[in-house]
Write a protein that binds this ligand. Sequence first.
Ligand code: HEM
Length: 495
Amino acid sequence: FMKRRKKWSRYPPGPMSLPFVGTMPYVNYYNPHLSFEKFRKKFGNIFSLQNCWTNVVVLNGYKTVKEALVNKSEDFADRPYMPVYEHLGYGHKSEGKSFAKTVFLYMCHSSVVTESGLVLARYGHLWKELRKFTLTTLRNFGMGKKSLEERVTEEAGFLCSAINSEGGRPFDPRFLINNAVCNVICTITYGERFNYGDETFKKLLTLFENSLHEEVGFLPQLLNVAPVLLRIPGLPQKIFPCQKAYTDFTQKLIDKHKETWNPAYIRDFTDAFLKEMAKGKEAEENGFNKNNLTLVTSDLLAAGSETTTTTLRWAFLFMLLYPEIQSKVHKEIDKVIGRNRPPTMADQVNMPYTNAVIHEVQRCGDVVPMGLFHMTYRDTELQGFFIPKGTTIITNLTSVLKDETVWKKPNEFYPEHFLNENGQFVRPEAFMPFSAGRRACLGEQLARMELFIFFISLMQKFTFVLPEDQPRPREDSHFAFTNSPHPYQLRAVPR
Ligand code: HEM
């Protein structure tokens, strides 16, 4: 008892907790970074919050986040139980277990949960199996290899043609970029791409965008810590209509796909997963079941599309706002690649300035500002603070990407952050848009390839200019789980 009391006396400080609601009323859930900055100034880099009865610890600054995610990687590798996603099939609902049992199973042991998806999976055997399988399968389909690069290059060609058909008139590039990025991940996952302008795809895009908004605000946070409210019949569907519709949409893609499945010929990720499922009971226990196929593939699409699209939207916004940087990128492309040959990843080493610009876009865009929630896997210590097992951990990636002890001009777009005095490319360790450690982004390699090839292909063909008579676009971001630019228009003038 004394030992426990001593440990808890070293629990991170934080604002005073109120009965029942804890510290929830103090946090602005529409702009959490503002609240976090305020608490950080008052309590330091490691502070605690309380969502009703759930302990939450927020980690800030490069040193702290690195120490947790890299040096104590396993201690921080778990994910919290998220009841708000149960209606989508995550967890035991599909097995018909009672609510109490579901919570009990989650709390006790992750390996008994067989419907976990990948992104939200508890740390343990099941997550390891699925992550290993996903990485290997993506690699076999060319992730990091030539064939995927060719696919990205081909899609970049389609994107250039679509932008060319805008005829230099003002347009919002968001839909076309998203279409291209989704096509890459859809081809790998479902073996399907959508033509630009496709109505089905437009529907998917709208559903996904709205489903991100459904995650923001006070209510989802409250439901996660007081899941009993989700037992009210029909409530989850009412509060999260788009999330469900999005998962149903991906389910339809899989059903369509199954009709043409031939185990002798693996066309894509879904085929590889179906083959694994066909191995029987052991595979089932390792997470290769029908529900997980839907969850893992929709995880890949969700995790891989919005993030990459938003980063590219930031890239072209910064090109509009900083024409002198745009013209330096043009010069380097002309020198290294020329105007006709498509770019390849091998060009990257010869293009330090453009590479620095892409990295600075990711740093400034800060697309996943709060990372994904982690949870401590065991009791642990961080910089002298005690953090018990089962504590929800928020890694404030904004505080790393804008850490004033690391970056010379943290709040400015300054590609020189990634160049040394000889103009060579350098990558400071605090560059963590993909997070770090065991749960770091699984798609980093693919994302970096897409950013490089898409960005260069478009910059090679066009100069991006602000439409006359339109105000200078806003440089601040809009938070809805991701940090995205406010909608803007540009003109793509062929070079
Ligand atoms: C996780 C960022 C693209 C798949 C994450 C995390 C971040 C992130 C911050 C959370 C890591 C953590 O919990 O500590 C990004 C950014 C991207 C991007 C900025 C693009 C610029 C992709 C792509 C894919 C993908 C293209 C799909 C192939 C995933 C998955 C996870 C993840 C599956 C969960 C990993 C796990 O829990 O084990 N990503 N991501 N991401 N990302 Fe990405």
